[in-house]
Design a protein around this ligand. Structure first.
Ligand code: ATP
Length: 281
């Protein structure tokens, strides 16, 4: 069986505070995108085997896809095992939920492969124990994520728009970004309710102009090129540009594929990963 694991971008990301359990209370507008890893799942008599096309990624329980398979087999008392092959297309440690979406696709795919009929709700509960972004990755589309990011409130789909993703060749761990955030005052919060109204009104250009990610100024202290990339996307015709998640990927929104493809050309050849994709329902 073959499944696709779609990446996400954050149309906005707000942090409301630190909870008693140590997690940050967030309010994020999440959007699935076309960029996806391809995963094949084959039943084997027992155990879990994992292979990926990125030699630096672990293939044991340090890999979220492996942990998702382990959890699924235990939850469903499945005695057989699974062999998984992940073809990664999503840049790693990029703020695009690469690991989370692989785990989500494994949960959904194994449920189909073994005919176990777990509900989406149960799959989301299981996924939420492995990572806060996994429930959104299971449901996909456009949504508001609250709590530590695991509570998903679906929103109407956005009209399809095209995206240029630019990922600088650095990786800053998500915990490091949140620790740095805790040591400073948040200067500008997104108006998430107003952004939701724009989504409901299908006003993509209003939405694009008012996107805010509170982690972006923090990430900029480690990688000053974030603002340079955002400005350049805007000067190449993007109707809005922001950093996704805890970075460092910056995305620009374009109304047509041709505009996005032309803009992407202006970013190539400088050591950044440059990807043209689109939003996905
Ligand atoms: P998020 O947007 O959810 O913060 P991310 O896109 O920033 O995630 P990932 O690509 O998920 O980051 O990688 C974060 C870490 O997770 C890396 O250090 C990587 O080694 C580890 N990891 C575990 N499993 C996977 C996987 N299947 N794909 C990618 N990274 C994985």
């Amino acid at each position: 069986m073959e499944v696709f694991a779609n990446a996400k971008i954050n149309l906005s990301l707000d942090v409301l505070g630190v909870r008693e359990d140590g997690y940050h209370e967030v309010r994020m507008l999440m959007q699935s995108i076309g960029l996806a890893d391809r995963i094949t799942l084959d039943p084997i008599p027992s155990g879990i085997m994992l292979h990926t096309n990125r030699s630096y990624l672990p293939c044991d329980a340090r890999n979220l896809a492996y942990r998702a398979a382990e959890l699924f087999l235990k939850e469903t008392n499945t005695s057989s095992g699974v062999k998984m092959n992940i073809i990664k297309k999503i840049p790693v440690s990029a703020g695009l939920a690469g690991g989370s979406t692989d785990a989500a696709a494994v949960l959904v795919g194994l449920n189909q492969l073994f005919g176990t009929k777990l509900s989406r709700r149960r799959l989301c509960e299981l996924g939420g124990t492995l990572g806060s972004d996994i429930p959104f990755c299971i449901l996909g589309g456009t949504a508001l994520a609250t709590g530590r990011g695991e509570q998903i409130h679906r929103l109407p789909p956005l009209p399809k728009v095209y995206l240029v993703l630019v990922k600088p060749p650095i990786s800053i761990s998500t915990p490091k970004i949140y620790t740095a955030l805790d040591q400073q005052e948040i200067a500008c919060h997104p108006d998430t309710d107003a952004l939701i109204e724009k989504i409901k009104a299908r006003d993509v250009s209003g939405l694009a102009q008012e996107m805010v990610n509170v982690l972006e100024p923090v990430c900029e202290t480690f990688e000053p090129r974030i603002s340079e990339l955002r400005e350049k996307l805007l000067s190449c015709g993007a109707i809005g540009a922001r950093m996704s998640g805890s970075g460092p990927t910056v995305f620009g929104i374009f109304e047509t594929y041709e505009q996005a493809a032309r803009a992407a050309d202006a970013f190539r050849g400088r050591g950044d990963e440059v990807i043209v994709t689109s939003t996905r329902r």
